[in-house]
Design a binder for this molecule. Structure first.
Ligand code: KG4
Ligand code: ZN
Length: 349
């Protein structure tokens, strides 16, 4: 029998398909459980950030070893959170890429072994599609077509999502991702890793026009981004100002940095919506947790009459729920997953 008997008597998940999702593409070991109503039954994330922070970034070999140690306990914790036994799981989804090869291999082989042991199907999921699923979790009524802005530590791109979950990449960054702009800019300012949330925290009380960092390609009539000049500009700023001045004005400098990044993301989104004729925009990936980006995008949405959909904060960063979610969303519509091969890939498809 599937599911559990609640105190009130009824079986909670009876008749529902349950997908277990495993995420190990970078520095989070995560497992999520989602049912066919897209209800989240469990969300367990082990963050390796404390392990990598002393190196100022993710060390792939160390990440792979930590995934190996944590994947089994995290899956057990997710099942315990949902109060489910392993044999209640109907399909297993895992991140097949893009990501770091060693970490991806850990998740892939764990998922494959689990599938074999249980006699259940195993589905390879694209990590970016996973982020996209976090928008479906937020708004179960959401159906393509819509535009998606993926903003994470490794990606910044516009994806046009058509019915049948067909994706067209319409533009991306030429160099650094928005998350990297936060992380590298913050690192130059002496903040820890990942600096994105720290920059955001300091920026909250700062003057946004304290200094003008560049907004590359902002006025260009395309869907591309370029953030590498921003870190050079922050470096130049730090080199040409007294260290005490920089320290005393850190929140203003962070506010100026955050504003430069968000300005470009918002402007380009409006341009992309206008050019594609779409009236809904989902904003997903780690940087979508940024409060100022949310505030600005919601204000533009209200003014211009489009829908801006952000995942709830706990599903912005890497997690297993989004991996289970996209596999479940596809299964609900009779769509096969992007690739059924249990083989990690470093590319989009
Ligand atoms: O999606 P994610 O968890 O991992 C990747 O797939 O890259 O994104 C991580 C990125 C990091 O660059 C981190 O600094 C950034 O998301 N980030 C933020 C915030 N929270 C996370 N950037 C700005 N503001 C935030 N609140
Ligand atoms: Zn991610």
């Amino acid at each position: 029998m599937k599911g559990r008997i609640g105190p009130g008597g009824p079986v909670c998940y009876l008749g529902s398909v349950i997908t277990l999702g495993i995420e190990t593409s970078c520095d989070e070991t995560a497992c999520g459980l989602v049912d066919s109503q897209m209800r989240v039954l469990a969300n367990q994330v082990y963050s390796q950030v404390p392990i990598h922070s002393e190196y100022g970034g993710v060390v792939p070999e160390i990440a792979a070893r930590a995934h190996l140690e944590k994947i089994d306990p995290i899956v057990r914790m997710a099942l315990a959170e949902a109060e489910l036994e392993l044999d209640s799981v109907d399909q297993i989804a895992f991140t097949r890429g893009p990501g770091l090869l060693g970490p991806l291999l850990v998740g892939a082989s764990f998922a494959r072994s689990l599938g074999r042991a249980l006699g259940k199907p195993v589905v390879g999921v694209n990590h970016l599609e996973g982020h996209l699923a976090s928008a479906f979790l937020e708004d179960p009524e959401l159906e393509p077509p819509f535009l998606c802005l993926v903003v994470s530590g490794g990606h910044t791109e516009f994806v046009q999502v058509e019915p049948g979950l067909r994706f067209t990449l319409i533009g991306k960054t030429r160099d650094d991702a928005a998350g990297e702009a936060f992380d590298k800019g913050g690192k130059i300012l002496g903040l820890g890793y990942p600096a994105g949330p720290l920059v955001a925290g300091l920026a909250a009380g700062g003057k946004r026009d304290f200094t003008a960092f560049p907004r590359a390609l902002e006025q260009r009539d395309n869907f591309e981004f370029s953030f590498s000049g921003l870190k050079t500009s922050v470096l130049r700023y730090v080199e040409t100002h007294d260290p005490d001045f920089v320290r005393d004005n850190l929140s203003h400098i962070c506010a100026s940095l955050e504003t430069a990044i968000v300005d470009v993301l918002v402007k380009k989104s409006i341009h992309a919506l206008t050019a594609t004729g779409m009236d809904a925009l989902t904003i997903v990936g780690g940087v979508s947790a940024n409060g100022y980006l949310r505030e600005r995008m919601h204000a533009e949405a209200k003014k211009r009459g489009f829908r801006a959909i952000f995942p709830s904060a706990r599903y912005c960063g890497d997690n297993g729920v989004m991996i289970a979610g996209i596999a479940q969303w596809r299964a609900n519509r009779g769509l096969s997953s992007s690739d059924l091969e249990v083989k990690p890939s470093l590319r989009w498809n």
